[in-house]
Design a protein around this ligand. Structure first.
Ligand SMILES: [Zn+2]
Length: 505
């Protein structure tokens, strides 16, 4: 079975592009010089110009087509690094030789991966009439749902689509469908944009680079990410065989995949990029949720910090000047010692407001918001947090207060996943627990996109009731919380500032 080609796209479709980065925007590759630099309070950062930054976070989705059994190697590599991906399944292939089994799919989903639709028999949908196209698309969804998966996104077989195929995907209830070859790629589309926008311009054909081919090198894979970091936005990478000696055109070796994922995990750690499933990237599902089932018995009586100085001191960070959005909130973070930012090589300090906040950063922020209480960490409850882990003390303190419980892994260990980025709903849970799990029963959801069935419904509603989050007013007048949206550092400042205003020391 070969599906290595994809349609050549009409260049006119590339005219509507995301905005260019502001002049002087740093080039993503320069960040490779600072891999390993700690997140907060770091000293010298080499090679980063003072005032510039990416306008938006960069989100990478690793997607795997066709349900090939060799993708289990990729899944293992992802899991080892605390990352997740999206597996687009052609349902009639499952349980056949060379393909994943239903048990494999269960494991993938249990590890936090997304299961997406990729038709029943992998036809070129553009060759089918509307009825047949709908049957291929809808039946793949109902089959996967019947197997117990939440299925919201589709990928076109062969990336072949037309109006009929798009209608089928939409009518069958998929939120998006992935194309291929509409973003800059190693061997084509040189003038194409480097990232898809979020939300995508056309959800029925989300733009992605060419599928990863055997000719791709580690540098090719990395360039898809670092190029995107110059503008921010979303990059979906599409993998087939993760093996040696199978399909000669669409196979990459497990070693290459491991190298790439190791590099990606480091980029997540330094805050430049976060890896999400497609559903997470689109805000359909929370990014790795702190296991809400294991509700801690919290005794968090955090010692509040001194009340903030109401008028912040003069701009502490060159990248958050007076008059910028959230200037007050960010300056408050500095004045309270909650964030010290980065010292750049030219001696200035930066806050990097547009950098995604990670879980270990949140631990440090909350620990400092609590007044940096005396605390001697004992044995780590988390398999992925050792005394050598940055913010070891802060992370263990957070756990000791019941503010985080981490994840329970299949092997019975618990993990904290310190470098994973946080979403808005997770921040709501952190803030609510930090406040001591106040008794609160929502009477109605304050947000159109939050229902009593949503993860962290109580926490998010409480946050709104306290004025800590106002959400967005949509064009139809409703308010939304956007729970799956990643949280940047300046937005964390806003959450914590409002929390402190509502509950001053
Ligand atoms: Zn395929």
């Amino acid at each position: 079975m070969r599906w290595s080609k994809h349609p050549v796209r009409n260049q006119a479709r590339h005219l509507a592009e995301p905005p260019e980065p502001s002049a002087g925007g740093w080039h993503g590759r320069r960040w490779t010089a600072i891999v390993g630099v700690l997140l907060l309070a770091v000293s010298t950062v080499v090679g980063v110009a003072g005032t510039s930054k990416a306008a938006e976070p960069t989100i990478v989705s690793l997607t795997f087509d066709d349900g090939l059994v060799s993708q289990l190697a990729a899944a293992q590599a992802l899991k080892a690094h605390g990352l997740v991906g999206t597996f687009y399944i052609t349902t009639s292939f499952i349980d056949n030789s060379g393909f994943l089994t239903r048990a494999n799919l269960n494991t993938l989903a249990a590890d936090g991966n997304e299961i997406g639709g990729h038709s029943v028999t992998h036809p070129d949908l553009t060759t089918l009439n509307a009825t047949a196209a709908r049957a291929e698309v809808c039946n793949s969804k109902t089959t996967l749902e019947g197997w117990g998966f939440t299925v919201t996104n589709f990928a076109y077989p062969f990336a072949a689509e037309n109006a009929t195929a798009q209608s089928a995907v939409r009518d069958c209830g998929f939120a998006t469908s992935r194309g291929l070859g509409d973003l800059r790629s190693p061997a084509s589309c040189a003038d194409c944009p480097v990232a898809e926008s979020l939300p995508p311009a056309n959800p029925m054909v989300t733009r992605a680079p060419d599928q990863v081919a055997s000719s791709w090198t580690l540098a090719d894979l990395q360039a898809r990410v670092t190029d995107a970091e110059t503008t921010g936005g979303w990059v979906q990478l599409t993998f087939h065989e993760i093996a040696v000696g199978t399909d000669p055109s669409l196979t990459i070796s497990p070693a290459l995949f491991e190298s790439f994922v190791t590099w990606l995990a480091a980029r997540t750690a330094n805050g430049t990029t976060s890896v999400r499933t497609v559903a997470q990237a689109l805000g359909q599902s929370p990014a790795p949720a702190p296991s809400p089932s294991s509700s801690p018995s919290p005794s968090p009586s955090p010692t509040p910090s001194p009340s903030p100085s109401p008028s912040p001191s003069p701009a502490s960070f060159v990248d958050v000047p007076v008059g910028s959005p959230l200037y007050t909130e960010v300056s408050w973070m500095a004045s309270q010692g909650i964030s010290t930012g980065w010292r750049e090589s030219d001696g200035t300090r930066t806050f990097r407001p547009g950098v995604a906040a990670s879980r270990d950063m949140m631990a440090a922020f909350f620990y400092r918001l609590a007044g940096s209480p005396a605390y001697t960490p004992g044995t780590s409850p988390f398999a992925d947090v050792t005394p050598q882990t940055p913010f070891y003390k802060e992370i263990l303190w957070l756990a000791s207060q019941g503010i985080t419980t981490g994840w329970e892994e299949a092997n019975g260990t618990r993990t904290f996943r310190p470098t994973v980025a946080v979403n808005r709903d997770q921040v709501a849970a952190f803030v609510y627990r930090f406040a001591g799990n106040p008794a609160y029963t929502p009477t109605a959801s304050p947000f159109a996109d939050i229902s009593p069935q949503s993860a962290f419904y109580t926490e998010i509603s409480w946050l709104a009731s306290q004025g800590i989050s106002n959400g967005w007013t949509e064009s139809d007048g409703t308010r939304t919380f956007r729970p799956g949206l990643p949280v940047n550092r300046d937005q964390v400042a806003a959450f914590l500032f409002r929390y402190n205003s509502a509950f001053p020391a």
